[in-house]
Ligand binder design. Structure first.
Ligand SMILES: Cc1ncc(COP(=O)(O)O)c(C=O)c1O
Length: 433
């Protein structure tokens, strides 16, 4: 029978627990002292997550929001692909007041990692769910649960009665996103309903979400803010104590001070990325006077993705590379194969359009990115040999293969680049880069 290599992490959580001491020393699983990419020779692809960057980003938020505002980092989707088992404990220690996730399965996973922390579930409680064991468990676990319609509210009250606990409720109001949340009039009804269910439900929060806070023109975000303020006032008139009031995603946290209320919910910037390219432009234009650009510059990307060259060969002039033969060698071409592909989240749309780094030197990606392999042109880097480390995604914002640069290449946002990082990539914590 084949054995797993020593230290092979079946998931990032196990890896973290089983290898704490080595990890703390920054060593590989073989204890070699080298920052190991040697979890597997055939798949030497590792995402390093900087604990110092995560802590630093959290400090930026804390300074910017002040001590009175609670900070609820959003760690859904495996902490935006960074590995929730690595990210959550660091942020908990840094002082996160609560964490937000998308659904109850994610809340259950998170509760094992940071058992002492409050958890907010964004996904709504649905009608009829009082009969579901999942919601019963969620109530027992004391999660903060979202409702966005009366069916959900009634179901939660039923479930709470059934389980014998008081459900902790956040009401989400749709102030213009047109996605999750009840329109203001219906949301106000929900406030009335929850406030009348003192034995089964407790109103712990009112919240909304911005559609355009990361854009150059934030006039609609201001309209949403006006609507939310009005709703909160009406809610307080109806319900008295409404609990936490929260609206700000990363863009609003950084750019719309008046949206902080009593709690903020930063996602993408927790991991060091700017909310969007247009947001950075807006800050660059308006920021000098306010010193706001300094806040953005305080953020540091927390992820570096590395692999190794597993094969090198010389191709003659005219030889083509990859599916569809989209690259043809115009000169004798030395190519290297990197065992990373679109299964890993390295997008097919990067084909022929981006670079990886070897040391600090860029090597062009040539031909189509395939499921498990990408080809790089090493002709101008004759010193490179099989086994050399390749930086697939750089943690330096200014590099041509940073998350943000790759997002631009793929015409998308940083969120999508990191969230799509595949399951088979090993995530490991490092003290810093
Ligand atoms: C309700 C809610 N709040 C906050 C966030 C965090 O947004 P961002 O990652 O842009 O900071 C999200 C992300 O999708 C969200 O859905």
């Amino acid at each position: 029978m084949r054995k797993w290599p020593v230290g092979w992490p079946r998931n990032s959580g196990n890896f973290r627990r089983r290898n704490k001491s080595r990890r703390a020393r920054g060593e590989g699983p073989d204890g070699s002292g080298e920052l190991a990419l040697e979890f597997s020779k055939s798949y030497p692809t590792v995402a390093s997550i900087s604990e110092a960057a995560l802590r630093g980003n959290f400090e930026v938020f804390r300074k910017h929001c002040g001590a009175a505002v609670k900070i609820c980092p959003v760690v859904k989707a495996n902490a935006y692909g960074h590995g929730v088992a690595i990210v959550a404990p660091v942020l908990a220690q840094a002082g996160a007041d609560m964490f937000a996730v998308a659904n109850i399965a994610e809340a259950n996973e998170l509760a094992e990692i940071v058992p002492a922390k409050e958890i907010l579930v964004f996904g709504p409680v649905q009608g009829q769910s009082w009969a579901s064991a999942e919601f019963a468990e969620a109530l027992k676990s004391n999660y903060h649960l979202t409702i966005a319609d009366m069916d959900g509210g009634q179901a939660l009250a039923e479930a709470a009665k059934h389980v014998g606990v008081i459900g902790r409720v956040h009401i989400k109001v749709d102030t213009g996103m047109g996605r999750m949340g009840a329109l203001p009039a219906a949301a106000l009804e929900l406030v009335r309903f929850v406030s009348s269910q003192g034995r089964t439900l407790r109103l712990e929060g009112l919240y909304t979400h911005f559609a355009t806070a990361d854009e150059t023109d934030v006039s609609f975000a201001h309209e949403q803010l006006r609507c939310f303020n009005e709703f909160v006032r009406a809610g307080q008139d109806v319900g008295g104590q409404v609990g936490l009031i929260h609206a700000a995603n990363s863009a609003a946290l950084l750019g719309l001070q008046e949206s902080h209320f009593t709690m903020v919910r930063p996602g993408i910037s927790t991991y060091g990325y700017w909310p969007s390219s247009s947001f950075a432009k807006r800050f660059a234009e308006q920021g000098q006077a306010m010193g706001a650009m300094k806040v953005l510059e305080g953020l540091r990307p927390a992820l570096r993705l590395e692999s190794r060259i597993v094969l090198i060969k010389e191709l003659p002039v005219g030889h083509t590379c990859g599916y569809g033969r989209t690259f043809r060698a115009q000169r004798p071409t030395r190519v290297g194969i990197v065992p990373v592909g679109y299964e890993d989240g390295y997008r097919r749309s990067f084909s022929n359009k981006t670079v990886m780094l070897i040391g600090r030197r860029p090597v062009p990606v040539i031909g189509r990115v395939s499921m498990d392999q990408t080809i790089v042109d090493l002709t101008d880097q004759p010193q490179v040999k099989t086994g050399d480390v390749v930086t697939v995604i750089s943690e330096k914002r200014e590099d041509p293969n940073s998350v943000e640069a790759l997002a631009q290449t793929a015409d998308t946002i940083a969120h999508e680049i990191t969230c799509l990082l595949g399951r088979r990539i090993v995530r490991r914590a490092v003290a810093d880069f």
